[in-house]
Write a protein that binds this ligand. Structure first.
Ligand SMILES: [Ca+2]
Length: 216
């Protein structure tokens, strides 16, 4: 390999990493032990009894396969958190974000699935959406998702009003009896490439083209 190729690759890598901001969420992958009524490290339960689970352990119970629809693995992989809603019984969990810049816009993104729970007369098979709260107030919801095997990428934005704010997730509709899954949570500054970034991207592209020409 000649010298120009590693340099061009390094430039391209630098550009690709500098274009993405840091994830402000701790353990956004929701990695933790399977547990009924428990959330992974870095997260706190605020209402009800959310669970840490995966495709083989519904509602955080080891070996439990009482799903309404067979789950697939999320893009994030590993464990995730399940949230139920049934009238006045709601489940909500989250964490406090720190290091926010007041006035800065952030994008919250996550994956959502609706695999439900069913056993005998007990069934959580309704459609619902995942609502995002900041300091206990809703800032919007993801898509309404009906029972099925897929995960869906969801996101919405907010403007920070303090350097530290509590982020949490809850199902949007209390009346639609449902049990949904969430994984791959991130909060990042909304990406707006600055002039300097564009210049770097141009340099990186020149390097890649130069390397390609030398190879040819
Ligand atoms: Ca995960």
């Amino acid at each position: 390999m000649n010298a120009i190729r590693p340099i061009a690759l390094a430039a391209a890598l630098l550009v690709s990493t500098s274009a993405f901001a840091e994830n402000l969420v701790v353990n956004g992958s929701l990695t933790g032990a399977i547990i009924n009524n428990g959330v992974p490290t870095g997260w706190t339960i605020f209402e009800g009894t959310p669970d840490t689970m995966d495709a083989h352990n519904n509602v955080g119970v080891t070996g439990q396969l009482r799903f309404g629809a067979t789950p697939t693995a999320s893009t994030d992989g590993g464990t995730w958190v399940g949230l139920g809603a049934y009238g006045s019984y709601m489940e909500r969990f989250g964490q406090t974000l720190t290091g926010l810049q007041v006035g800065q816009q952030y994008t919250v993104s996550w994956e959502a699935g609706n695999f439900g729970y069913t056993y005998g007369a007990v069934s959580y098979l309704g459609s619902n959406a995942i609502s995002v709260q900041l300091d206990g107030l809703s800032i919007g919801s993801g898509d309404q998702i009906s029972l099925g095997s897929s995960w869906y990428n969801q996101s919405l934005t907010f403007v920070a009003s303090a350097s530290s704010q509590q982020l949490s997730f809850i199902l949007a509709s209390p009346t639609q009896k449902a049990y949904m899954s969430i994984d791959g949570i991130s909060v990042q500054t909304t990406a707006v490439p600055e002039p300097g970034t564009w210049a770097l991207m141009g340099l990186g592209l020149c390097g890649v083209i130069a390397a390609a020409r030398r190879r040819a």
